[in-house]
Design a protein around this ligand. Structure first.
Ligand code: FO1
Length: 320
């Protein structure tokens, strides 16, 4: 079975670990969000691609969900001693090596997709990891400007990590997405897939950004194969992260049903909600999307594998 998964960072990566366990023989292609990418200290940092690569490759800091295990921060401390920031983004020494290799290869002319393949040659994630695009896309968030009486746009990482999404987001803009082309292999993977899965990743800044690359949404909607998603909202709150803040920016309520309706029946065939949201099933089905309530907490790989198996079973149900 050929499975395409659209993935953000921590939620997507952990789901993929469960999916690999549930479907060990599947051929899995991951289309990763690159809207979170940021240039820091002259280096290109790709948090979501790296989170998937490290998680599936066994190098992730498990508790944190991002960055490397056994990490040290000597380079960050030395930069701070020079007064060079930002100090709010925690790049560790081991992680720095990844960004140095990536930036060096890109400087030599390799596209991000080729660089990602080269990095994965070390980590062997057991999936084909593709960036959504080789072009530069950066998600910006429009917030109130405390120093003026207007508004200003900040990089997504500044909103998420420095500000901890503590101020209202008025808009979320994937800058550059409208001009971006899907990376080599993205459209081909979708066209050749048996099923497309949306993990419980952020529907706006992760999956929404991937779908904003021209051609991707259309390819998925027109592929004629089951598209099944898992709700990142459980009991009207994000399972982790601050997805509610960016959902509000696009006018979507933080409920499992509202997220399904946001994707819409033109894209989504099946939707899994958590058992605590069983009361939302009818609203999703009324929107023309097959829906089932199952446990959706990714407490460990076994629980996550059961979620993935449910998603694949729902895909077969809607295919029939
Ligand atoms: N998240 C944080 O909350 N604080 C950090 O300092 C931080 C650093 C960081 C460094 C590398 C990396 O790959 C990810 C990192 N993240 C950090 C996570 C990341 O910024 C976000 O959670 C994702 O972009 C959202 O998908």
């Amino acid at each position: 079975m050929r499975i395409v998964v659209l993935a953000g960072g921590i939620g997507g990566a952990r789901f993929l670990r469960g999916l690999k366990s549930a479907a060990p023989d599947a051929d899995i292609t991951v289309i990763g969000n690159t809207g979170d990418d940021i240039h820091l200290f002259g280096l290109k940092v790709c948090p979501d691609l790296d989170t998937v690569m490290y998680t599936l490759g066994g190098g992730i800091h498990e508790e944190q969900g991002w960055g490397r295990t056994d990490e040290s921060f000597a380079v960050k401390e030395e930069l701070a001693a020079y007064g060079v920031g930002p100090d709010w983004f925690g790049l560790g020494d081991r992680d720095f090596a990844t960004h140095i290799v990536r930036t060096q290869m890109m400087g030599a002319g390799y596209p991000l997709s080729a660089v990602t393949e080269a990095l994965c040659a070390r980590w062997q994630p057991g999936v084909r990891l593709l960036p959504m695009t080789d072009d530069r896309v950066e998600t910006h968030v429009l917030i109130d400007d405390p120093e003026g009486d207007g508004r200003k746009a900040v990089h997504f990482q500044e909103y998420w990590v420095r500000l901890r999404a503590s101020v209202p987001a008025h808009a979320v803009v994937p800058v550059g997405a409208d001009q971006a082309k899907p990376a080599p292999g993205v459209l081909e993977a979708i066209a050749g897939a048996d099923v497309v899965l949306f993990p419980p990743s952020n529907p706006v800044v992760s999956i929404g950004t991937i779908l904003a690359v021209p051609g991707v949404r259309e390819a998925i909607a027109d592929a004629g194969i089951p598209v099944v998603g898992l709700s990142p909202i459980v009991g009207d709150a994000p399972v982790r992260g601050m997805a509610d803040k960016v959902l509000a920016a696009v006018g979507v309520e933080s409920t499992a049903a509202a997220v399904a309706q946001h994707y819409g029946s033109g894209l989504l065939d099946g939707w899994l909600v958590d058992t605590v949201d069983a009361g939302r099933v009818d609203a999703v089905e009324a929107a023309g999307i097959r829906c089932k309530a199952v446990p959706l907490m990714m407490t460990d790989t076994e629980a996550t594998a059961r979620m993935a198996a449910e998603a694949l079973a729902l895909a077969e149900e809607v295919r029939a």
